[in-house]
Design a binder for this molecule. Structure first.
Ligand code: FES
Ligand code: FES
Length: 167
């Protein structure tokens, strides 16, 4: 039987859209997002689960999508960096704050940083210097020195909740 004809083994909601696919059981969620769905805003920066560039929201929590199999995530709800902005193009407060605070240079780490920060903002925990550092400790940036990133997360935390996008 052609694999394409087999029943899907991955059924997800990704950025609000239902997705059904048949993939190899070993396929990582990050590869599924990038290769199968073309959502290349989620980056791969290491082979060791250390850089955080692949961070996405899975069922409300920030996860490193290189540590999750696509089939493990099946049945879940994924939001990637592409899903954060509103349908009218308005940026999510975190996206806007990273621009306003000069919190990115090359931008490679930025999607993962934003999705990790999104996990903190959605957690309901106080957002202060220590909690931001803790939330981002699994995310590496080679460019910025982190100071502006922390400023950006603070700015976004002060934004009204209704400014958040569809994600
Ligand atoms: S690619 Fe996932 S942590 Fe580096
Ligand atoms: S902005 Fe370049 S790695 Fe963070």
């Amino acid at each position: 039987m052609n694999p394409a004809d087999e029943a899907p083994n991955v059924e997800l909601t990704v950025n609000g859209q239902a997705v059904r696919r048949r993939v190899d059981d070993r396929t990582l969620l990050v590869d599924f997002l990038r290769r199968d769905l073309g959502l290349t805003g989620t980056h791969v920066g290491c082979d060791t689960s250390q850089c955080g560039a692949c961070t996405v929201r899975l069922d409300g929590l920030a996860v490193k999508s290189c540590t999750v199999l696509a089939v493990q995530a099946s049945g879940g709800e994924v939001v990637t960096i592409e899903g954060l902005q509103k349908d009218d193009g308005t940026l999510h407060p975190l996206q806007q704050a990273f621009i306003d605070c000069h919190a990115l240079q090359c931008g490679f780490c930025t999607p993962g940083m934003i999705m990790a920060a999104d996990g903190l903002l959605r957690s309901g925990r106080p957002v202060d210097h220590d909690s931001i550092c803790t939330a981002l400790e699994g995310n590496l940036c080679r460019c910025t020195g982190y100071v502006h990133i922390i400023d950006a997360v603070r700015q976004a935390a002060a934004a009204p909740r209704d400014a958040e996008g569809r994600g």
